[in-house]
Design a protein around this ligand. Sequence first.
Ligand SMILES: Cc1cc2nc3c(=O)[nH]c(=O)nc-3n(C[C@H](O)[C@H](O)[C@H](O)COP(=O)(O)O)c2cc1C
Length: 357
Amino acid sequence: MALARLKAAFPWIQTPLVVGAPMRLIATVPLTIEICRAGGIGFLGAGSDTSTLESDLRTIHAQFIERPPPNASSLATNTLPIGVGFLNWGANLEAAVSAVSKFPPAAVWFFAPRSTNDLIVWTTKIREATAGRTQIWVQVGTVTNAVEVTRACRPEFLVVQGTDAGGHGLQQGASIIPLLPEVSDAISILEVPEEEKPILVAAGGIMEGRGAAAALTLGAQGVVLGTRFLASHEANIADGYRNEVLRASDGGKTTMRTSVYDRLRGTTDWPPGYNARGVLNRSWTDAENGMDWEENKKLYEDSVRMGDKGWGLEGRMTTYAGTGVGLVKEVKKAGEIVEEVRSGAREILQRAARSLA
Ligand SMILES: Cc1cc2nc3c(=O)[nH]c(=O)nc-3n(C[C@H](O)[C@H](O)[C@H](O)COP(=O)(O)O)c2cc1C
């Protein structure tokens, strides 16, 4: 049933579903479009800044008119075949509503609201603006949060984010291995009609076919990749950042959830309880070793002026990435990544099924 709902809402997708995370400033128009053209769902990272959203959606609309995605003829939902991700704590609701009412995307993704009440307002307004055509996805990081959001907002999808995830997430959490099944169990016994229960997708630590197959086995209907798409040609990312993603390995040891990078970058408006995972560098070690904060910030600002040379083990520029960063070895086209992950997962699951026969 979940598969039928998935295909009805997103007729262009191929399964197993591969999703590109709405990485703020990085998942811009080219990455979003390329993932969708390859049969995945690319989320545009509007984040906390809605100032260019309408023009971005207009561009996407024009590009799809010029070159429709595969299966365009079956686009029954009358929506743009993409998603848009918002950081609810900072995004402007009025601007978001205005943009999506002109160019309704097939899905919106909400993350990090200041309260459940805010999330209810966002959900209601976007549903009104798009006459219910746009599917609501909410990224959650605990079982409690998943249940609360489902009861309050009835989203069509929950993105279950484990603590391996790159970028922002909950300070305290679990990996998707225990989190996804526990969320799934908790949702299954909720007093919500079966057809209104959210479909689960998994995020956090999935880099390739093996991780995707594992997540599908845990009960996810699709997988979200963030870190992996940092090494795609279409990502809007500095060379220094991308090179650091390719260099880093052994992410359990070389990345950390911390608020050091938010403080250095001045992105301190996140609601309480969130921090972000990034590759450890000089800023982090100096902070650990008790360097005066003003001194650390000054050195960070110096490194910003160094451009691409500001990244690296001895550098200070931030490399947000997940624990799976060591599995990211080369830069590929986003469409190739989608295809590789999808066919890799399929092959592994088929092999596993055969091994039981
Ligand atoms: C560089 C980077 C930026 C991110 N920015 C956002 C964002 O703006 N909004 C959001 O909902 N999630 C954001 N995320 C988190 C992703 O939604 C997702 O949970 C995560 O990337 C999944 O884990 P992975 O990085 O191991 O694939 C970001 C992740 C990364 C790596």
